[in-house]
Design a protein around this ligand. Structure first.
Ligand code: PMP
Length: 364
């Protein structure tokens, strides 16, 4: 797994998040002179042969990792996952005026709020009444008959709830996979569109990956800016304007690294092991608590609380001293959150669990 390097901490950040050391080392080695071109990838024309090769290889590796069928376009865009909250309705509503959304937390809520600018949103299900600590049972969802699509967030980065199965729905399924893409195998053909901001499991911020079924392209509503039209980007291989070249290159290095680690199957096994270690530690303890219902716990983002918020500060400063960083929970939830993305090594979880036990021993 990820080798460590001198001075490196165990980084549990929710995003931008830890990158594999090997990827950073390659980027360092290729920084001044990318493979004999005499320049950094940052300094290259996006139309140069060297960059085109980087871009094509990254797309090919991504397609291989997720077994993306040919009838899907893979786009490398800007604007973050947040811009997808608008691009999805702008491109997929067609002549309809309604979309179904499942509300499982803070990111679904934001997607819903943005979609309301473009159409009527039917919130088909919501776990707000349980403070977003579970995924509503699909059997209880109230789908509308005339929705253009159904949107869900496969992993709520803040609340720490994750879909472990995907529902069968009669309309195109759209998924925000920002915080769990490439963490496990996914049957892409179950989805009409998948999007993800890069800065968790893909690479640095500034890049957004969109996987969209090609038959859905070309239906953007009149007046849609061309930069927000998937068809324009698909037609131009994501180069209708200057793409985020360096982020694309680094994503390509991450994809290559993932393939060397056994692909998304290998990642899933590792991620299950990592998460199980932390959740088991939470379960064994009467000191720490996970707010999320057992079946829906995220393998990527693990929120937990201490028995008294007054202990949060000493917990965090003790963690920092051991090189365990970015464990502070999101301000809306409080407590702690450990993000265990692909590049977070198992040794990081071992060190965290070890620290949690000694802190409990001292303060419990
Ligand atoms: N969706 C999810 C699930 C996220 O975790 C985030 C960012 N943390 C976003 C959307 C927004 O992404 P961005 O900041 O790239 O716009």
């Amino acid at each position: 797994m990820t080798s460590s390097a001198p001075g490196r901490v165990f980084n549990f950040s929710a995003g931008p998040a830890a990158l594999p050391v090997e990827v950073l080392e390659t980027a360092r080695d290729e920084m001044l002179d990318y493979r004999g071109t005499g320049m950094s990838v940052m300094e290259m024309s996006h139309r140069s042969a060297a960059f085109m090769a980087i871009a094509e290889q990254a797309e090919a590796d991504f397609r291989e990792l997720l077994s993306v069928p040919d009838e899907y376009a893979v786009l490398f865009l800007q604007g973050g996952a947040t811009l997808q909250f608008s691009m999805v309705p702008l491109n997929l509503l067609g002549d309809r005026n309604r979309a179904d959304y499942v509300n499982t937390g803070a990111w679904s809520t934001k997607a819903i709020k943005e979609a309301r600018r473009f159409c009527e949103v039917n919130v088909a299900a919501s776990s707000e009444s349980s403070r977003f600590t579970e995924i509503p049972d699909p059997a209880s969802w109230s789908l509308s008959s005339d929705a253009a699509y159904l949107h869900l967030c496969t992993n709520e980065t803040i609340g720490g709830v994750q879909f472990h199965e995907f529902p069968e729905v009669p309309v195109p399924l759209v998924a925000d996979m920002s915080s769990d893409i490439l963490s496990r195998p996914v049957d892409v053909s179950r989805f009409a569109l998948i999007y993800a901001g890069a800065q968790k499991n893909i690479g640095p911020a500034g890049l957004t990956v969109v996987v969209v079924r090609r038959d859905l392209l070309g239906r953007a509503r009149p007046g849609t800016p061309s930069m927000l039209d998937y068809a324009v980007h698909a037609e131009a291989d994501s180069m209708s304007n200057t793409p985020p070249t360096y982020a694309w290159y680094l994503a390509g290095l991450v994809f290559r690294w993932l393939k060397a680690q056994g692909g998304v199957g290998g990642m899933q096994a590792l991620n299950q092991r990592k998460a199980a270690k932390l959740y088991d530690a939470l379960e064994r303890s009467n000191f720490y608590t996970s707010p999320v219902s057992r079946h829906d716990r995220s393998l990527m983002n693990v929120p937990f609380t201490l028995p008294d918020p007054a202990l949060d500060k000493p917990f965090l400063s003790g963690a920092e001293e051991r090189g365990l960083t970015n464990l502070k929970g999101h301000r809306s939830v409080g407590g702690m959150r450990a993000s265990l993305y692909n590049a977070v090594p198992e040794a990081a979880v071992d060190a965290l669990v070890d620290y949690m036990q000694s802190f409990e021993h001292e303060h419990g």
